[in-house]
Write a protein that binds this ligand. Structure first.
Ligand SMILES: Nc1ncnc2c1ncn2[C@@H]1O[C@H](COP(=O)(O)OP(=O)(O)OP(=O)(O)O)[C@@H](O)[C@H]1O
Length: 294
């Protein structure tokens, strides 16, 4: 697979704060990436550097084969929807949509118009007067209609209600199926977007702590539940990512199980269930047990 972006030893310091600390990864063409991490982990800073809006203190960045900083041939292929995008005073959504056509060579005005209807966006109201959700909708519409080969959404859902968030996920999936491109989504709502993500990059305190294919990750752990004694006997000396119990019942999250393991577990009267991406990410990064993701 060809990489649309690649960073090596990427580091960003703001005075004494190291926002991004020696991070290396590749972004492959045509996939949806989840850039996950807690508040202040460094997600926005990474995206700012990848889109040429900030420069690294150390390390290298290649986007579409070149350093993105002040390079038009790269920048016109990128779209970065920031969590709190600023617009000129007196701007209205209609102005944002009109000017977007000049910035994005692949801009689809028809798609933008359909999305305006879908999100019920009042295009002639001043941006300053929009609700938080309506403001997010402006970003989501620009991000989708830009059809940029590499699109970054930095927590695009703030203020969007559940219906609007689902609309965003549905439209994103449908549009990238028709017009394949690479998307990086930074989010806290891992479970909500879990099915959408094909690859997970997780940062914690500026460092990359997980870089894994989402399907591999999903299959990398199983929850085993049942009578405590049966769970304990089955788990034996396997690595346990998480354990919980109530009275005589227990559940343990263990690593990948073979077909024989599964048969044995079911034979012992245990219930096997998949572990959600959110639980896995929290547990893998919490326990720093990254072997499972390999
Ligand atoms: N211009 C700046 N000057 C000083 N510190 C900064 C600056 N920009 C970011 N930081 C710090 O760098 C760290 C990473 O910030 P960043 O915004 O990248 O995190 P994030 O993962 O996007 O967080 P959130 O999920 O809360 O948006 C934080 O500790 C933040 O306070």
């Amino acid at each position: 697979m060809s990489a649309v972006a690649q960073v090596q030893g990427l580091t960003k310091r703001y005075g004494t704060v190291t926002a991004v600390d020696d991070v290396s990864f590749r972004i492959e063409e045509g996939k949806v990436y989840g850039l996950l991490g807690r508040n202040g982990a460094g997600k926005t800073t990474i995206m700012s550097m990848l889109t040429g809006q900030d420069v690294p203190s150390e390390g290298s960045i290649e986007v579409f084969g070149a350093d993105p900083f002040e390079r038009r041939s790269v920048l016109e292929k990128l779209c970065f929807i920031r969590e709190s995008q600023r617009y000129p005073d007196d701007f209205r959504p209609s102005h944002v949509l009109t000017t977007s056509a000049y910035f994005f060579p692949g801009w689809d005005a028809e798609l933008a118009a359909r999305l305006v209807e879908d999100f019920r966006l009042p295009v002639d109201r001043r941006i300053k007067k929009l609700s938080r959700g309506q403001l997010s909708a402006v970003g989501v519409i620009v991000g989708l209609a830009s059809r940029a080969p590499l699109t970054f959404f930095d927590e695009p859902y703030l203020g969007l209600d559940a219906v609007a968030r689902q609309l965003f996920y549905d439209r994103l999936l449908a549009d990238i199926a028709e017009h394949p491109r690479t998307v990086v989504l930074s989010t806290h709502l891992i479970d909500e977007v879990g099915d959408l993500l094909e690859h997970i990059l997780m940062v914690d305190d500026g460092r990359l702590v997980l870089d894994a294919d989402a399907d591999t990750l999903r299959g990398s752990a199983t929850s085993v539940a049942g009578p405590r004694s049966a769970v304990d006997a089955f788990v034996g000396d396997r690595e346990v990512l998480h354990r919980e119990g109530l009275g005589s019942l227990a559940a343990a999250t263990v690593g990948r199980l073979s077909a024989a393991d599964r048969e044995a577990a079911v034979g012992a009267g245990l219930d096997l269930s998949p572990v959600s991406l959110q639980q896995l990410v929290v547990r893998l990064t919490g326990s720093a047990s990254k072997e499972l993701a390999r």
